[in-house]
Each structure stands twice: as C-alpha cells, then as structure tokens.
Design a protein around this ligand. Structure first.
Ligand SMILES: Nc1ncnc2c1ncn2[C@@H]1O[C@H](COP(=O)(O)OP(=O)(O)O)[C@@H](O)[C@H]1O
Ligand SMILES: [Mg+2]
Length: 278
C-alpha cells in the first residue's frame, strides 16, 4: 500500500468532528444504527452513532484502542445494551435504547442471525473440535446430531481442517483454533458475521491463513463487520471503512478514499501513525 505518501499530501478538513452519514449507503439497507449512544458510567463509547450497511457490505472498523470498536460489535451481538437510539436489522426493530435497563433486545430471532468471533479463541478446552462445533446447534437449537455433524465436517473441510475433527483444542495451532472458531460461528448459518481483532493474538505466520478464510467468506458475499488493526487487510477486504475515535464515528467511506484521501485531520493522523509503524 502506498498510502503514506498520498496521506502526506491529502487535503485536510478541520471543521468537523461530526459523524458523516452518507445517504448513498442507505440503498438496500441491512443494518441501520440511528443515533445510538452507549456509555460506561461517565465514559461515552458510542456517541450518536449513525451507521448503515448493505447486505453485501464488508464493513471494516478502524481506530485507536479504546475508541469503542469492540463495544459496537458487542452491542450488535446483543451482549451489551445501549442507553438511547435504535438499531434496525433488515428494516425490523432489533435493539432499542433503554436508560433504566441498559439492554433491550426487541427481537431475539434477529440476534440468532448474527455470529461473532473474538480475539481470543473461545473454544471449550474439554471438548473435541467436533463437539465444540455441534454443541450449540444440538443442545440449544435442537438440530439432529447427525445433521450437525455433517455440517461440521463440511465446514471444517472447507477451511482445510477436516483431519482435526476429533482433535482437542490444545492440539491445534492458534491459527487453526481461530479457523475452528469461525467455522463454529457459521454452524448456525448467520446472516451477519462480526470479527473482533481475530488475528491480533496470532503469531505472524498464522495471520494469513485466518485472513484467507475471511476472504473466502467475503467472496461468497457474506455480510461482515470486521475490527482490525491490520490496515493492509482492511483495505483488501473492506467495501466500506469506518474510522472511530473517542467514541465518535469520525469518518466513513470506501477504502480507496479513506486510506488515500481521508477528509478528516484525525483520520489522517491515525493512518500516518499506524502505517508508519507497519
Ligand atoms: N464493561 C466495561 N466497563 C467499563 N468500561 C469499559 C467496558 N468495556 C470497555 N470499556 C471502556 O470503554 C472504552 C471503549 O472500549 P472498547 O469498545 O473495548 O474499545 P476498542 O475496542 O476500540 O479498543 C475503553 O476506554 C474501555 O476501557
Ligand atoms: Mg477492542
């Protein structure tokens, strides 16, 4: 990526820290956040988030540590509440802000359509890879064991892990565990996948194998929201990029624009820092 040289001469826009909402992205709306606010006590981590994505978008969220990226994903997954604003999913009400309860999921069926993979592998160490994959489908969703096993086998084969079906998590490398975690999230056929820095804890040589799996999903038009610090990967996989800082959406746009011609000073400063560090 030759972004740093272009970034040095990119025009700056000093006048606003306001979120930029781009109407053109409203077409074919899949998820829509309207004025979403979330705080932890006094700390605002989502300050009036207005954001929408289409079902063929790969939305990549970038920004400094502590800017609210993980909070956004946890909110979408229904793991955390919001104090105000609302979130629609395929034009249906999904989550609504609630000051007193601090969590208000209106439709649990929508929550089931979303899968998430975290930075640290969350496989159950005492269960085989197969059992890790079929546990929730069989126990929670009443899918017949044989059917779930076939699906697990097919997914693992797709990710080059068929031989690990009966292995234990401790016998797998970090990259393999993360690919299994992705396969496990796909078992329930989500319509949206959330990835929170899934390669950050990996040794460098394992990063590509996990990113390749994510690329494979992207090529199959899976709707994805990806938080990553890997700007090269971000640029490759994103259909749109959102830059967050201090709990605000500072800027969003297509990757070409955001990485080479960011409008906001804050975005440019961040990119210069991370690209120079690379
Ligand atoms: N459960 C929590 N309770 C209190 N503060 C939290 C909690 N989770 C996150 N925070 C704080 O909120 C801010 C945003 O966190 P997070 O969404 O994890 O940011 P990011 O993923 O961009 O690094 C950070 O300052 C973090 O310390
Ligand atoms: Mg985070």
């Amino acid at each position: 990526m030759n972004a740093s040289s272009s970034l040095a001469t990119a025009p700056s826009c000093q006048n606003s820290e306001q979120p930029i909402f781009m109407n053109e992205f409203n077409k074919g709306e899949f998820i829509h956040l309207k004025k979403v606010c979330k705080s932890y006590g006094e700390l605002k981590v989502m300050d009036n988030f207005d954001l929408s994505m289409r079902n063929d978008d790969r939305l990549v969220i970038i920004g400094p540590s502590g800017s609210g990226k993980s909070s956004l994903l946890r909110v979408l997954m229904g793991l955390e509440g919001i104090q105000s604003g609302e979130i629609n999913f395929q034009k249906n009400d999904y989550i609504i802000g609630d000051k007193s309860k601090n969590a208000k999921i209106l439709d649990k069926n929508i929550q089931k359509k979303i899968g998430m993979v975290f930075q640290h592998y969350t496989l159950f160490p005492h269960l085989s890879i197969l059992s890790n994959l079929i546990l929730a489908p069989v126990k929670v969703h009443n899918i017949p064991k044989r059917e779930a096993t076939e699906k697990a086998r097919a997914l693992l084969a797709r990710f080059g892990l068929e031989s690990k079906l009966h292995a234990w998590p401790s016998q797998l490398s970090g990259g393999q565990k993360q690919r299994v975690a992705i396969a496990r999230a796909l078992m329930l056929e989500p319509e949206l996948m959330l990835f929170d820095e899934v390669t950050s804890a990996l040794d460098p040589e394992m990063v590509t194998e996990v990113q390749n799996v994510m690329m494979q999903l992207a090529n199959q038009k899976m709707a994805m929201i990806i938080v990553t610090h890997d700007m090269h990967f971000a640029r490759n996989i994103a259909s749109r990029v959102v830059f967050c800082a201090n709990g605000k959406i500072v800027e969003q746009g297509n990757p070409e624009m955001l990485f080479t011609r960011p409008r906001e000073t804050r975005t440019r400063e961040f990119l210069e820092k991370v690209l120079h560090l690379d």
